[in-house]
Design a protein around this ligand. Sequence first.
Ligand SMILES: *Cc1c(COP(=O)(O)O)cnc(C)c1O
Length: 457
Amino acid sequence: MSQKNIPYKTYLEESEMPRQWYNVRADMKNKPAPLLNPATLKPVAFEDLRPVFCDELIKQELDDTTPYFDIPEEIIEFYKMYRPSPLVRAYFLEKYLDTPAKIYYKFEGNNTSGSHKLNSAIAQAYYAKKQGLKGVTTETGAGQWGTALSMACAYFGLDCEVYMVKCSYEQKPFRREVMRTYGANVTPSPSDKTAVGRKILEQFPGTSGSLGCAISEAVEAATAKEGYRYVLGSVLNQVLLHQSVIGLETKTALDKLGEKADIVIGCAGGGSNLGGLISPFMGEKLRGEADYRIIAVEPASCPSLTRGKFVYDFCDTGNVCPLAKMYTLGNGFIPSANHAGGLRYHGMSTVVSQLYDDKLMEAVSVEQTEVFEAATKFARVEGILPAPESSHAIKVAVNEALKCKETGEEKTIVFGLTGTGYFDMVAYQKFNDGQMSDYIPTDEDLEKGFATIPNIF
Ligand SMILES: *Cc1c(COP(=O)(O)O)cnc(C)c1O
């Protein structure tokens, strides 16, 4: 198939798995702006975050200078259940596109949670256990994060309380049952278990909930109970740090194959898989050792990088969490219905935001229907049924490969295939029935979201 006889799948040996996470902030000249305490508008300090997050995770969150963190042995042991993950040479997709480009994807869907989120869930559960906590609380929208966290908590014997956005709770009963099977306590949000939930129910009886509301409930539940902390599945620096295993493995595998990436592509919701995948490549770029084109892909319905503002905003709709300087559509922005639930966040990781603002990477937005067209083609030629989120990266990888076909360039394209789409069959059904819509927010729609950004900078 290829001159170099590159295998379809490259697996590293267990002994070649990374032993340290890489913190790309250490190599950034312009550091991401600090989180601000909403009460004082001063940068958050360790003590501010202690009631909400685990101590060790706060240290990781606030550390902009240490380049490498040792991965604890217990986490490496768990990683071995589903890592190293394969780097796949997409020969069949290349053939189908008739492109001279070489396409690789790093597949993170090979675990029961079906996505990369387990990489950080297990780390966060480990530090909670080590601190002697009883349990953790979190929110979940589409359900991937809640599933990953319940697996991680089951492993370490921690209690896991998941506030699941009510409409997902009702629409995705199978996701909910996976979480319950792993021992999690799943509550539809808003609920009457928390003060904030009761207040919302009183104001908006019959509401189907939102991620912002579920976050507020999960934070309240964690701070109200002795021995509990809140954990988050994306956006935060610590999550990007844990997700660096994706990029480190990818880089090692490419080096072994004697390949050099020209373009690295990832989908961007809160920025964690993208931040993790690109980190070692971005590190080389920041240190002036190599150059790469790095592309973030987001849905046209929730275009935080391509149409958002780079300002301080609340991380949650309830405005209880710290403020972050990030590309944002406004904490009150409500994206139109889009089936890539994991990409419907109003903001973006501060690391990714800063790198993008410094023009070290690009961002593009794509529409839902073209994403599902790419997803379906990919499923038919490469076998894997991709998650709608991951399919955003597929779409742009395909676009870049087709450009190579025009120019005859033999570029090497690497993208992150973050997960599988088995729980997204309602979305595929809509697509198959020709009933999928592509609502792109107008400038007026965006203005309504921008109006919810606090007036700070
Ligand atoms: C959550 C999720 C994403 C988006 O989250 P990021 O933090 O931006 O990586 C992408 N793909 C899948 C499969 C997900 O579950």
